[in-house]
Ligand binder design. Sequence first.
Ligand SMILES: Cc1cc2nc3c(=O)[nH]c(=O)nc-3n(C[C@H](O)[C@H](O)[C@H](O)COP(=O)(O)OP(=O)(O)OC[C@H]3O[C@@H](n4cnc5c(N)ncnc54)[C@H](O)[C@@H]3O)c2cc1C
Length: 380
Amino acid sequence: MNHFYTEDQISLRDTARRFAEAEVLPRAAAIDREDAFDRTIYRGMAELGLFGTSLPEVAGGSGFDTVGTCLVMEELARCSGAIGNAFAIPVEAALFLHHHGNESQKALIPSILDGSILMATAMTEPDYGSDTASITTSARRTAEGWVINGTKAWVTLGGVADRIMVFARTGKDAGHKGISCFMVDARQPGVSRGKNEELLGMHGLEDCQIILEDVLVPEEAMIGAENTAFKTAMGNFNFSRLLMSSMALGMAQAAMEDAVAYATTRKQFGGPIMGFQAIQFMVADMSTDIAAARLLIHHAARLYDAGQPYAKEAAHAKLFTTDMAMKHVSNALQIHGGNGYSRDYRIERLFRDVRLAQIYEGTNQIQRVIIARQVEKELA
Ligand SMILES: Cc1cc2nc3c(=O)[nH]c(=O)nc-3n(C[C@H](O)[C@H](O)[C@H](O)COP(=O)(O)OP(=O)(O)OC[C@H]3O[C@@H](n4cnc5c(N)ncnc54)[C@H](O)[C@@H]3O)c2cc1C
């Protein structure tokens, strides 16, 4: 009997683990090498119902909870960070539409969950990343609908997406009060793929710029109310930070497993290097931080599921987990010695993939800003 997780959560985690070990792990190195999106694995995740675990059954989901979704992410990322990253996109998109979409947008949710419609989110621009309130992509109201112009950067799955949720400036007010979100068909006139992003890691996610030139969308393409999308996006970011944390956690767990397997077989000075206290202490610190990160993530996820405020706790989880994952993946590489620096061992890929987690979904500097502001408010 596990008192910390329900039987449903354990069963969901085990389903994800079986799929990840059988289907994802054997393909992970090839996805990294070929840098191409793996539709078979994406469909496999969809067929298992993994994209809808955070959605209630009335919305087409499987009605689990966010702790369950975090466990799924951890298992997927333990076998491939890039597949974990791909998993996050439909989960977040379906949830965003469930909360903020109109009826026709909500009608897309089943196709997102079954993998037949691929989504992407385009907020960041070449000149505005952390400072999203300053984006310059514009949407102008006309008699026929909204006309969108601008360039979006770093769009994950941008090269394969069917629909893109595009954030654009609609209000005259400067800053965050003048931003709206639109559902854009990736194949409609005026939408094109810009520069492909050649990435250090997380290969196979078709990350690219998206260029919007006089893209006409109907009035009903707006997701949520006019000029309110900054706030709704920030709410969504809190949720996605739980997923990013779980992604980094899965990679840290994989790194620890690899480090221990290597250290128990690699012999120097007449015995396994695991016998050296220097190695044992690195492993002990990994194990401690991984356990602490799991608690932070699942605490924040439980707050979300209970409808409690959780922005600070999500930022705690994201900051702590992604920093600890970077440190311990690096230490796991160190335990591999020269072999850690070689493509022959998985730790080299983990080292490249995990680095993104400190940048994505709000950099860790921004997480500190969020935490400090909240602490100041609470203690003032
Ligand atoms: C692989 C990848 C995939 C991505 N996918 C998507 C996607 O699908 N959709 C999307 O919209 N975006 C996506 N992004 C964009 C990502 O969210 C941004 O890169 C991130 O928010 C940081 O923005 P920036 O890169 O412009 O850095 P900047 O904002 O220019 O930051 C540069 C540095 O300054 C620091 N900094 C900035 N402001 C502050 C501050 N106020 N206080 C302290 N330090 C600060 C940052 O922490 C960072 O260290 C992706 C990025 C990458 C690399």
